[in-house]
Ligand binder design. Structure first.
Ligand SMILES: C[S@@+](CC[C@H](N)C(=O)[O-])C[C@H]1O[C@@H](n2cnc3c(N)ncnc32)[C@H](O)[C@@H]1O
Length: 324
């Protein structure tokens, strides 16, 4: 735990003792695994090798947040930027091996920034049916003097076949109504009057602007450099899996996918090659035993940023910070 940490700073950090205790929970396989052995586990190792140990056709939802094509340090290891052709070869080296691990009804989501996105599209297109590209506004990003600030990321959505599950009702967005329209009898048209204001449930689009990247006062925050928001992963899991389905994340990082899967009653398998972050995932999974809250998701709906006082408290703070 770092010294001088403000009491409002909720960042999850591990001591050396924590790592020693948590690493006993990790799987470190060196031969084929059965589904029973690996469900709800974090596997410590190189995904490119571990994928070969996984059984075939056991995954309902594959969520992949790979290193993007840029120089980035992940704990003890780092990823080196390549030319886009080399990056495409690297993506193909693991995605091609994951195809057999999926059920014929499975869905696939893969994240990337603008630089990585075209390589991801080309490889996905060779193995899957691409259905959409979600773009999310990441907000945070370094300003540049000679370029546009990079504040968005893509998430490609694909399926193995035409037969796939998608529950749009589970991912509706609750928005404030700006211009409340009433019918001839004076009743609200497609919106409702509530204590907190006037709201409308809307169909989620492929442009996501209601997310904050995790930051220091959010309980989900860790010291992983590229942690995804739980709210983002919750949208994907709720839309594209049922309770009890198996979700695989081969680049688990701080554990967001497994944690959200657990909170939403799904089964999970995660692979991460950095021991510290694999242990952070286990710590978050312990915390999820008793705390199932997902910031920005409450009462079965996703709330627009800055609206739900109970669940978006940190979103509000972040939003105000961004306005400064
Ligand atoms: C973009 S991050 C994932 C972040 C994650 N979605 C989260 O919310 O924390 C990619 C992760 O993949 C891990 N990684 C990179 N190459 C790997 C490999 N060959 N096998 C397993 N993990 C790898 C890195 O250590 C890093 O934590």
């Amino acid at each position: 735990m770092s010294k001088n940490k403000s009491s409002r700073n909720k960042t999850i950090e591990l001591s050396e003792n924590d790592v020693v205790q948590l690493e006993t929970k990790l799987l470190t396989p060196d031969s084929k695994l059965d589904k029973e052995n690996l469900i709800n586990k974090t596997i410590l190792g190189d995904a490119l090798e571990i994928i070969d140990y996984l059984p075939n056709h056991f995954v309902d939802l594959l969520f992949v947040d790979p290193p993007y094509n840029m120089n980035k340090v992940f704990g003890a290891k780092s990823f080196k930027e390549m030319d886009s052709g080399e990056y495409e070869v690297w993506v193909r080296s693991w995605l091609s091996k994951l195809v057999d691990k999926l059920k014929p009804t499975a869905s696939v989501y893969i994240c990337g920034d603008w630089r990585s996105s075209s390589a991801l599209f080309r490889v996905l297109d060779d193995y899957f049916q691409i259905r959409n590209r979600i773009t999310w506004e990441r907000e945070k990003g370094r300003g540049a003097k000679t370029n546009w600030k990079n504040s968005s990321e893509d998430i490609w959505f694909a399926t193995v076949s035409e037969d796939y599950y998608f529950d749009v009702e589970a991912v509706k967005l609750k928005k404030k109504v700006i211009a409340p329209y009433r019918d001839d009898s004076g009743k609200p048209k497609d919106w409702s009057e509530e204590e907190r204001g006037n709201f409308r449930l809307t169909h989620p689009s492929n442009l996501w602007t209601d997310l904050s990247v995790p930051f220091w006062s959010m309980p989900e925050n860790t010291n992983h450099p590229t942690q995804k928001p739980e709210k983002l992963v919750a949208k994907i899991i709720l839309a594209s899996s049922r309770k009890g389905d198996v979700i695989l994340d081969p680049f688990l990082g701080s554990g967001t996918t497994s944690v959200v899967a657990k909170k939403l009653g799904r089964l999970y398998v995660g692979i991460e090659m950095d021991k510290y972050f694999a242990c952070v995932a286990e710590r978050r999974l312990e915390m999820a035993e008793t705390d199932h809250r997902i910031q920005g998701y409450a009462d079965g709906v996703f709330w627009e940023r800055n609206v739900n006082p109970e669940n978006n408290a940190a979103d509000d703070i972040n939003y105000q910070r961004l306005l400064l």
